[in-house]
Design a protein around this ligand. Structure first.
Ligand SMILES: *[C@@H]1O[C@H](CO)[C@@H](O)[C@H](O)[C@H]1NC(C)=O
Ligand SMILES: *[C@@H]1O[C@H](CO)[C@@H](O)[C@H](O)[C@H]1NC(C)=O
Ligand SMILES: *[C@@H]1O[C@H](CO)[C@@H](O)[C@H](O)[C@H]1NC(C)=O
Ligand SMILES: *[C@@H]1O[C@H](CO)[C@@H](O)[C@H](O)[C@H]1NC(C)=O
Length: 398
């Protein structure tokens, strides 16, 4: 019957479209380059993707892996709309630029991994606004520089991994906005810490700065750093420590200065108000003895052990100063001489400290204690030279 067959064809067509409609409803979309294990788990690894297939991804996706594709640039708001995304991996891509606010609109993102890429700069606001993220893995990239405010507003970040990057420079305010980090480890080879490099960083469990090669710890580097468990500066060439490097750094439970080479300590002014708990100076080679009168070290606990100092005429100033804090015998039994050559590496106890003469200017200063000048050391040196000349003259006259 013609009408019946017509009906069945119609039915078939209607059924066909119905089926497609239900299929697309149940299995919304999956980019052809990807494997959607479920509507929450999508793998697009080695998919040859050149753009992030945001529109084709199920909006419910929680775990998204986009490793080994070809994204040279992560644009602003690249993932906006994926409100359920918790874990995102972009490892192994050819990423050279991350635009500001690239990851905006991901309120549930907890873990982000961008590793093994040629990324060279962590630019301003690149990771801004990731309110709920706890871990960002950025190791094995080509990062040379972290710009200011790169992590602005990512206040729940606990773990930031930057290891295995050729970072040379930390710009001012680079970590501003990180207010609850458990551990911050910077890679080796840092050559420049700008003033305020750590400003805006608070409540950090552990900051480790190792294998740096700095001209000095200059003014303002640690300014604004507050509420820190351990700040450890170690195995580095610290050049000249300017006392003002530690200005306005507060509430550090443990400040460790370990195994560094220090050319000189200009002065130190660590005051009680800064609330530094334990200052531990251990294993450092200090090439010049800081003058006792330039050191203010008001900390709760002070440990100065296994350091190497020159055992020259300034040693008296060291032993009478705040680094020894009155325990001279203890100090000389636990620290070493770096010079002169014949005592290099020997404990200070092996040297007859009493037999080392006091420095000219110290002696002269003691003699001139009464008549104080604004610039005692250079003045007293003149006075000493003058009096020496006078003695020589007197001898000649005789
Ligand atoms: C990576 O991207 C750069 C430009 O951003 C391009 O010059 C280079 O050819 C790309 N390399 C690969 C392997 O795709
Ligand atoms: C952030 O994470 C917490 C705990 O993991 C969760 O309770 C909260 O809803 C998240 N915030 C948003 C905006 O999803
Ligand atoms: C040490 O620092 C405090 C405040 O941080 C300041 O008032 C004081 O003048 C400084 N002292 C020296 C000798 O620089
Ligand atoms: C320095 O020595 C005094 C007296 O022994 C002691 O009370 C004080 O705690 C010491 N200071 C530090 C920082 O260890």
């Amino acid at each position: 019957m013609p009408s019946e067959s017509c009906l069945s064809i119609r039915c078939a067509v209607v059924l066909f479209f119905l089926q497609i409609a239900t299929l697309t409803m149940l299995l919304p979309t999956c980019p052809p380059e990807c494997i959607c294990l479920s509507q929450t788990q999508v793998l697009c690894n080695s998919g040859g993707l050149r753009e992030i297939p945001k529109k084709l991804l199920p909006p419910t996706v929680e775990h998204l892996s986009l490793t080994r594709n070809h994204f040279p640039i992560i644009k602003s708001d690249s993932f906006a709309g994926l409100r359920y995304l918790r874990k995102l991996s972009l490892d192994g891509n050819n990423i050279s630029i991350i635009k500001p606010f690239a990851f905006r609109g991901l309120p549930r993102l907890k873990e982000l991994s961008i590793q093994q890429t040629p990324l060279a700069t962590v630019a301003q606001f690149a990771f801004a606004g990731l309110q709920n993220i706890t871990s960002i893995y950025l190791s094995h990239n080509k990062i040379r520089k972290v710009e200011g405010y790169a992590f602005a507003g990512t206040s729940n970040l606990k773990l930031l991994v930057l290891s295995n990057n050729p970072i040379h420079k930390i710009e001012s305010h680079a970590f501003s906005g990180l207010t609850n980090v458990e551990r911050l480890s910077l890679p080796s080879g840092i050559r420049q810490l700008e003033p305020d490099a750590f400003n805006g960083l608070e409540s950090v469990g552990y900051i480790k700065l190792a294998f740096m090669d700095l001209p000095g710890l200059s003014a303002g580097i640690f300014r604004g750093l507050t509420n820190i468990g351990v700040l450890s500066i170690q195995e580095s060439d610290l050049g000249i420590i300017e006392g003002s490097a530690f200005d306005e750094m507060t509430f550090v439970k443990s400040l460790n200065i370990l195994n560094n080479k220090i050319d000189a300590i200009d002065y130190l002014n660590i005051t009680q108000e800064q609330r530094i708990g334990h200052l531990k100076m251990q294993g450092n080679h200090i090439l010049e003895i800081p003058k006792a009168e330039t050191l203010i070290v008001e900390v709760e606990k002070l440990t100065v052990i296994s350091n190497h100092f020159p055992c020259n005429c300034h040693i008296h100033s060291l032993l009478e100063g705040p680094l020894a804090n009155g325990s001279i015998l203890d100090f000389i039994s636990k620290n070493f001489c770096i010079s002169p050559l014949e005592v290099n590496g020997l404990p200070m106890t092996n040297v007859d400290v009493e037999s080392i003469g006091r420095c000219e200017e110290e002696v002269t200063r003691e003699n001139l204690e009464a008549s104080k000048d604004s610039n005692p050391s250079s003045n007293s040196r003149h006075v000493f030279v003058n009096s020496a000349c006078l003695i020589v003259l007197t001898l000649f006259v005789r």
